[in-house]
Write a protein that binds this ligand. Structure first.
Ligand code: ADP
Ligand code: MG
Ligand code: ZN
Length: 601
């Protein structure tokens, strides 16, 4: 999360930088324009001209006193005998003009001929006048292209076009998915074998899955296994400020791919360009052009061109159906969040390059991290290495990894923060409230740790034992989850007869669950099993009238109210436990699983 924020800040700063550059360029153009305007005016006012034919005439009359020439220039200054001011004349051919003058002088005319060397200074104004606007325009174009990434062809493609060393062995879990993709590797290695057999060659494979589940990794592994170049780009990079550039980027990407064939083209976040073509807003039209170009490119390559397009998205429902037609992304593979076995394998892979103590219980860590993606697991081990270094451990210990899990889930422990006794009491009762309530809810997981040591933004936390990997969640389970979430707020109200802002996250999560129950899972009895979400996106026609929104709101409120009342009732019933646990928390700050169980024996 943080790194993403930093990145977008960086991008913003870069944008600011370019805006300043462009603004100053525009200023320079204005100033240059003004200078040119005044110089031209000055010329018009100051210098009277004399036509070349008139000059020849005057020469033959002997009326010319002095002629001043500059090397390399056809403009000459002429002083007539009876005129005070000098005039300028453009001569068509300076060499023959000089000859003419020399002849006149030889004939006895008194003409002073001055030939000045080319003066650098004198050249500057005309240089500016001729070239500056061009230069400025050029600079401006380079800048715009740079902003669009087109100017830096190298940067966009170079670091992505080299071959990757990632192999299938580096991708943990995902055995079935890998099996499906082995075929693609074979094809990239020996396309002729497939063509001879008359096999229809896959063109595009779409990888669905949450961020961090290893889509990019597996795409790279295919390229690595087949030993072919990996060309990649992210869908959001195609979306451009200037219309048409997205399409041209797609064209360039595939131009490159044709040159490097056989190869893999990887388009990350394809939903950014391939989302449904619905409205006609500016951005949408631009998307359409980009998407159309992508479709044209994919339809265009022939059987000799061994290019496989892999694309990744975490929002498959957003994709334009045109992308999924035969000959395009006709294969779709879902990359799931890893199950227990998958998590263990991922942890093992990422332990390889780390100093891990022999007593580390990776199985236990895998059990505690249900729902975590590969990226999160990799991150946990990295954090553990940092924590172990700080604690001056020889190797990474189990406790270091456990601390890392907490750091990633609840945030960093902040023992140094000074907390008033009043706040401590509030936190103690709030967390004890969660813990006691969930103890009496059969579907809720066992409490693993309760703490009033602040972590991240939270003043305290209640950690539960991790979920088994479950595919379905029942209505009862969701209702009890609501009760557990609201247990914190209910305890505050019951004991202190006041409520605090500390429950804001609980409320947010509870509301989301309740809304999903009604609108997504059809769990409301009055509204029935209907999907009420995102009507504009999903359905062309509006299925429901205006007042259905009121009903949804009422149902959500009923769910929350019922849960809150149950939480309060449970706490009233077990007030002794609540007081005991809160008191213990105030003394010891932390209660672990075993000690927590003892309160209920
Ligand atoms: P995605 O593209 O799906 O968002 P990535 O492929 O970028 O995810 O994964 C990010 C990182 O997480 C990888 O570089 C790798 O370190 C780790 N990772 C994710 N999934 C796995 C996996 N199945 N096996 C090993 N490492 C994984
Ligand atoms: Mg990725
Ligand atoms: Zn809470």
């Amino acid at each position: 999360m943080n790194s993403r924020k930093e990145k977008s800040n960086k991008e913003k700063e870069e944008q600011k930088f370019w805006i300043i550059v462009i603004a100053s360029v525009i200023l320079i153009i204005l100033i240059a324009g003004l200078i040119m305007f005044f110089m031209n005016n000055k010329e018009d006012e100051d210098e009277k001209t004399l036509a070349y034919t008139d000059l020849i005439k005057e020469l033959s009359y002997g009326n010319i006193e002095k002629i001043e020439m500059t090397v390399g220039s056809t403009t000459v200054k002429v002083k007539q005998k009876d005129v005070d001011e000098e005039k300028t004349t453009i001569v068509p051919n300076t060499e023959s003009f000089i000859e003419l003058i020399q002849n006149k002088v030889a004939e006895g005319n008194e003409i002073e001929l001055i030939q000045k060397p080319k003066s650098v200074l004198a050249q500057i104004p005309s240089f500016i006048i001729t070239f500056l606007p061009t230069l400025i325009m050029l600079a401006l174009f380079i800048m715009i292209f740079k902003m669009q990434g087109l100017g830096e062809k190298g940067k966009v493609y170079d670091d992505t076009q080299r071959k990757t060393k990632v192999k299938f062995d580096d991708v943990a879990g995902l055995d079935e998915e890998k099996e499906e993709l082995v075929e693609i590797v074979d094809f990239l290695k020996r396309p002729e074998k497939f063509v001879k057999m008359g096999a229809k060659i896959p063109k595009g494979v779409l990888l669905y899955g949450k961020p961090g589940t290893g889509k990019t990794l597996i795409a790279k592994a295919i390229a690595g296994e087949a030993d072919v170049p990996f060309i990649s780009m992210s869908g959001s990079e195609f979306i451009e400020m200037f219309a048409g550039l997205g399409a041209s980027r797609v064209r360039k990407l595939f131009e490159k791919a044709r040159k490097l064939s056989p190869c893999i083209v990887f388009i990350d976040e394809i939903d950014a360009i391939g989302s449904r073509r619905t409205s006609n807003s500016g951005a949408e039209t631009e998307n359409n052009q980009t998407l159309n170009q992508l479709l044209v490119e994919m339809d265009g390559f022939s059987s000799e061109e061994t290019i496989i397009v892999l694309a990744a998205t975490n929002r498959p429902e957003m994709l334009d159906k045109a992308l999924l037609r035969p000959g395009r992304f006709d294969r779709q593979i879902t990359i799931p969040t890893p199950d227990l076995k998958g998590r263990l394998e991922i942890l093992k892979i990422h332990c390889k390059d780390k100093r891990i103590s022999e007593d580390v219980n990776l199985e236990g860590i895998a059990e505690d991290t249900a729902g975590f993606t590969g990226a999160e697991l990799a991150n946990i081990l990295n954090e553990a290495a940092i924590i172990a270094t700080k604690r001056k451990h020889e190797d990474i210990e189990n406790e270091d990894i456990e601390e890392a899990v907490k750091k990633v889930t609840v945030g960093l422990e902040k023992r140094a923060r000074v907390i008033s006794d009043k706040d401590k009491k509030l936190t103690a009762y709030h967390e004890a409230g969660h813990a006691v309530v969930s103890r009496y809810l059969p579907t809720q997981n066992d409490v693993k740790e309760v703490s009033i040591i602040p972590r991240g933004v939270a003043g305290g936390y209640t950690m539960y034992k991790s979920d088994e990997d479950k595919y379905y969640v029942s209505k009862t389970e969701m209702e009890e989850k609501l009760i557990a979430l609201l247990g914190g707020r209910a305890a505050e109200k019951l004991v202190l007869d006041d409520i605090s802002t500390g429950a804001s996250n609980d409320i947010e999560v509870a509301t989301e669950i309740a809304r999903d129950m009604v609108t997504k899972y059809g769990m409301s009895e009055t509204l029935g099993p209907i999907d009420f979400r995102g009507k504009e996106e999903k359905y062309e026609i509006q299925l429901f009238g205006e007042n259905i929104g009121d009903k949804i709101g009422q149902e959500v409120k009923t769910l929350i109210d019922t849960a809150y009342n149950k939480a309060q009732k449970l706490l009233e019933e077990h007030r002794d436990k609540l007081d005991n646990i809160a008191e213990t928390l105030l003394q010891r700050e932390k209660i672990n699983e075993e000690d927590f169980k003892k309160f209920f024996e």
